[in-house]
Design a protein around this ligand. Structure first.
Ligand SMILES: [Zn+2]
Length: 162
């Protein structure tokens, strides 16, 4: 059931009341002075999203909605995604493997092509960072093939160890 917000002006007291939607227009009374309470809009919730330049996406990201749209359009899954959040999916989420950087004034230019010549830094399971071409990163389809995805993120040294 949703929470509705009310206030008693004389008492300067605010109330959060959980009501069925059907009951949302029922009068609510102040528990102190018993006056009819005024409805208040839902309080503003502070957003924690800070705009940043996303090196993997190759553009500035200003809102969570914008980021999700870009990820969706490109068929990428965000790291830590609880639905697809396996290790291999996570490696595909080049968007969030990187530290956030200050805004660079670069707007999103649409879906990136797979062969795009754009370098990103990836980190292997052992924590070794290296730079790879964005076009060389596994696509979501590649991730069905774990071996291919694993290979893509091995450093040359790790690769020869097998
Ligand atoms: Zn009151």
């Amino acid at each position: 059931m949703p929470t509705y917000y009310f206030a008693c002006a004389p008492c300067e007291k605010s109330y959060e009341v959980v009501l069925r939607v059907a009951d949302r227009k029922d009068p609510q009374y102040c528990s102190k002075c018993e006056q009819l309470l005024d409805r208040r809009p839902e309080p503003f919730r502070a957003r924690t999203f800070e705009p940043y330049y996303d090196e993997a996406l190759g553009c500035d990201v200003h809102t969570e909605e914008e980021k999700q749209q870009i990820l969706r359009e490109n068929g990428w899954v965000e790291a830590g995604d609880t639905v697809g959040g396996s290790r291999n999916i996570e490696t595909s989420a080049n968007a969030t493997l990187l530290d956030k950087q200050p805004l660079a004034g670069i707007p999103y230019k649409g879906v990136r092509t797979p062969d795009e010549d754009f370098n990103v830094v990836v980190e292997s399971e052992s924590g070794v960072e290296r730079t790879v071409r964005l076009g060389d990163l596994p696509t979501p389809a590649d991730l069905v093939d774990n071996k291919k995805a694993d290979d893509a993120f091995k450093t040359p040294a790790e690769g020869t160890a097998e």
